[in-house]
Design a protein around this ligand. Structure first.
Ligand SMILES: [Mg+2]
Length: 189
């Protein structure tokens, strides 16, 4: 049988890009001195004006282009490269915000180079890979539903601290060897 290609899929926000930090920085610039601080991740309980400001921030292409890197995702990326995985980007595209799509593409061009393949989708479960690197339990569950042997590396965040699954390794910055050996094992089978 022809060998199945070794593809590692990487999410962007909360994996390779520090979306929350980028949002926190811009929200702070728009805050009046006597307003309370509402930090990301944005919760539905936050006032409407905070959500409106966040929407305004996200409508700027350059905000997406200039998002800082998120180190946990880059640690895993280095492992994937050293194991000679083919790196592909798998990111969600906001329904009503095409500027985010172009901003994401430009971010990839300047941080990873223009040759990296990108899939922008509303349904990550459609896309094949041996490994998925993603911070969001909702997408992880959707992807694993069809991949009984797939491996997920989940960069740790406050939002995923209670999520666990036998095929998921939560990477905290402390267990890179565990990540590496799991990715090696999956690649060899
Ligand atoms: Mg994410």
């Amino acid at each position: 049988m022809e060998q199945i290609e070794n593809i590692a899929l990487f999410d962007m926000d909360g994996t390779l890009c520090d979306y929350d930090k980028g949002m926190r920085t811009e929200l702070e610039k728009l805050r009046s001195p006597d307003e309370p601080i509402y930090n990301p991740p944005l919760r539905s309980s936050y006032p409407k004006y905070i959500h409106n400001r966040a929407d305004m921030i996200k409508s700027s292409e350059s905000w997406w282009v200039n998002l800082p890197r998120f180190q946990l995702g880059w640690d895993v990326l280095e492992v994937a490269k050293s194991l000679e995985y083919r790196i592909m980007i798998l990111t969600q595209g906001p329904k009503k915000n095409p500027t985010s799509w172009s901003g994401k593409k430009k971010w990839i061009d300047s941080n990873l180079g223009p040759d990296v393949d990108i899939t922008i989708t509303r349904d990550k479960g459609l896309v094949y890979g041996k490994v998925l690197v993603d911070d969001y339990p909702g997408y992880i569950k959707g992807w694993l539903e069809w991949r009984k042997r797939g491996l997920v590396i989940m960069p740790a965040s406050e939002g995923n601290k209670d999520f666990s699954h036998p095929q998921v390794i939560r990477y905290t910055g402390e267990n890179l060897e565990e990540v590496r050996s799991a990715m090696e094992r999956v690649k060899l089978r």
